[in-house]
Design a protein around this ligand. Structure first.
Ligand SMILES: [Zn+2]
Length: 491
């Protein structure tokens, strides 16, 4: 079962020289899907015209006072509960640093007492990854560097600052250093993203920065118990970058040690174009930030009943979906089809079709093969259209070949499947008509038929192919195979 919570990580990844292993922890920043910002009433909205969602509080003007957004606090606690963490009494701190994207010259964050502590997440493989903490903080503004080639600060001629993002609520989720390979890192972020979307905490859009990942990577000889020096790779904004950056960085560190060198504690940047990590700066220590308690906000003291209410309100989580789908389809553990079917982008369709009583195997197959190939599903393609399509196939109003074609056209033209079927002039053969066609194919291919009757079973595929060809894909493959078997058993 995928349920085992005690699995050990698989052995070291094969791209490292023998005898070395990766120790990796991830810090994931997620922007919360609230209506307004964390400490003021400005809209929390991606893509607004620059510097329009701003006020004295999120611009850090003198005398402006923060007021905590209750909706953000609720979402942050729900994240903790969904990650099996303890939601505890906590306070806010000021994290002091100086950078133009931070107008107050400090960020309101949480330090030694986070809202959520000591949780865990279980990967689809069954490996358990510890969650050290998930704390609240405010986002910074956004700087865009102009001129130069890379859009980065080096070589830039000027910088533009947009404070719309300043003060947007974030939760930073810090994993334990339990991740042993780039693939586990990918699984972890995929599962975490699915959880955040399921509980309505985030839209999970990595490309819009709603989910940003930093990876702490170190390596050590297998058998060594001490951690070696780690490097932090900042702002990995896709799963592909995450996997490639960890792979590169682990290889780099092993090479440094193998050449008798020393790995320095650094913050590094993943350069996608050159496929390498480059040093940005020597990593700050916590004392560099001069943390102190935020005097303008009261301590957070969540009550048991408040926490209990939030716990009750949690929806079905991806892990439960996975187990439920396995059960419905009759599998012991999830496979690639199940993993695809529970993707946040597809699960709504799957769930609607299951609720409509369609055969779960058919739903999973159409979702993970055909619907997944049409991602992103455009707005306007409705949940029940997918159910309707699966039902039409289940009731043999469409063959599987026809169903695939109708699904594709239905998504493309945002039209209900029944309309598409009529428009394409698709009709289904009835069984009598199909039997007549099969018999004529048998007559036309009498040599092959004799060989099949003599036991050359691989010729079955040939006949099914001929039937599909002759009927223009209208025949249902399973029914055709059954009819062929009936004919074979006759004299
Ligand atoms: Zn504001």
């Amino acid at each position: 079962m995928v349920d085992s919570e005690t699995n050990q990580s698989p052995s070291a990844p094969s791209f490292l020289p023998e005898g070395w292993e990766i120790v990796c922890g991830l810090e994931v920043h997620t922007e919360l899907k609230t209506r307004t910002k964390l400490f003021c009433g400005c809209l929390n909205e991606f893509g607004s015209y620059p510097n329009t969602n701003i006020c004295p509080v999120c611009l850090g003007l003198p005398g402006a006072l923060p007021v905590l957004n209750g909706e953000a606090l609720e979402i942050a606690a729900r994240i903790g509960l969904a990650l099996n963490a303890t939601v505890q009494a906590s306070i806010f701190h000021r994290k002091n640093y100086f950078y133009p994207d931070m107008p107050k010259d400090f960020q309101i964050s949480q330090y030694d007492i986070p809202l959520n502590a000591d949780g865990y997440l279980i990967l689809p493989s069954g490996v358990r990854i510890g969650i050290v903490r998930a704390h609240m903080e405010e986002d910074t503004g956004k700087i865009t560097h102009l001129g130069g080639s890379s859009g980065r600060i080096h070589g830039a001629e000027r910088a533009l600052i947009d404070y719309n993002r300043s003060g947007v609520p974030l939760v930073e989720i810090v994993s334990a250093p339990d991740i042993a390979s780039p693939d586990e890192a990918r699984q972890y972020v995929t599962e975490l993203r699915a959880i955040l979307i399921a509980i309505g905490a985030s839209d999970g859009k990595m490309e819009e920065g709603s989910l940003r990942v930093d990876a702490n990577v170190s390596v050590r000889p297998i058998g060594e118990s001490e951690f070696r020096t780690r490097c932090e790779i900042k702002n990995l904004n896709s799963l592909r970058s995450l996997v490639r950056a960890i792979t590169y960085e682990a290889q780099r560190q092993v090479e440094v040690y193998t050449a008798a060198g020393e790995v320095l504690q650094q913050t590094r940047h993943w350069d996608e174009d050159r496929s390498i990590t480059v040093a940005l700066r020597t990593k700050e220590e916590a004392e560099d930030y001069r943390y102190f308690p935020e005097p303008d906000l009261v301590p957070l003291e969540p009550t048991e009943s408040w926490i209990g209410g939030l716990r009750e309100s949690l929806p079905e989580l991806p892990r439960q979906r996975r187990l439920r789908l396995c059960d419905l389809v009759g599998l012991d553990s999830a496979n690639d089809q199940i993993e695809t079917a529970i993707l946040p982008e597809l699960y709504g369709f799957v769930d609607a079709a299951l609720n409509a009583g369609v055969d779960p195997k058919l739903v999973v197959a159409r979702a993970s093969n055909e619907l997944a190939s049409l991602l992103p599903i455009p707005d306007g393609y409705e949940l029940e259209w997918f159910s309707d399509l699966c039902r039409m196939e289940m009731e043999r109003k469409l063959s599987s070949t026809q169903a695939k074609a109708v699904l594709q056209e239905s998504v493309k033209s945002l039209t209900p499947p029944a309309v598409v079927r009529d428009r394409l002039g698709i009709t289904q053969l009835d069984d009598d008509e199909l039997m007549i066609q099969i018999k004529s194919i048998v007559e036309e291919n009498s040599d092959e038929w004799t060989r099949l009757k003599a036991g050359e079973m691989q010729l079955k595929g040939f006949f099914i192919g001929q039937i599909m060809k002759k009927t223009g894909g209208k025949a249902d493959g399973k029914i055709a195979a059954k009819m062929l078997a009936v004919l074979l058993s006759e004299d």
